[in-house]
Design a protein around this ligand. Sequence first.
Ligand code: FMN
Length: 180
Amino acid sequence: MSDLMSIVKGRRSIRRFQDKPVPETDLQQILEAVQWSPSWANTQCWEIVVVKDREMKERLNEALSPTNPAKKGLPDAPLVLALCGKLKSSGFYKGQATTKLGDWFMFDLGIATQSLCLAACNLGLGTVIVGSIDHDKAKDVLGVGEGYELVALIPVGYPAKESAAPKRREISEFTHSDKF
Ligand SMILES: Cc1cc2nc3c(=O)[nH]c(=O)nc-3n(C[C@H](O)[C@H](O)[C@H](O)COP(=O)(O)O)c2cc1C
């Protein structure tokens, strides 16, 4: 298996973190992975808030419901990256959506998120994409400006507990030949 495939297949959602800081050089590499992600017409509509302050992490954690499996570990992660997207830029031309699918910011942010998580995994760091949150609450905590949405919180740190790989669909279940 190539290194890339072992990272793609070996990356797991990590929800518990060691009390060990993430080196600044590693954070830079993770951000570089976002920087080089593809996006609609190279729009690069992402904005990232790097949260290290414990009180800020705890306030952000209040945006997660008590049943969110990421809630217990989030404040212990040395870093929480808040991924925000600029609205009405990706998929737009002269202020008009160019496809029936409208705003492509979620798509671009999804790609950037995967780049980020794979780069972190490559450095031995764990991540979990936390999308099931009260977005407005988290937005307020971070002071996200008008015209932007906070999409996901991504705690980053050294894994304290490994998780098992949830089962995947067989390739034959989602692959269609010539017609849907
Ligand atoms: C868009 C998105 C939102 C997610 N939101 C949450 C979340 O709110 N809480 C959580 O614990 N995991 C969340 N996850 C992680 C998924 O549960 C996880 O990726 C999936 O179960 C597959 O496991 P794996 O990442 O270990 O392969 C989210 C994943 C994605 C892609």
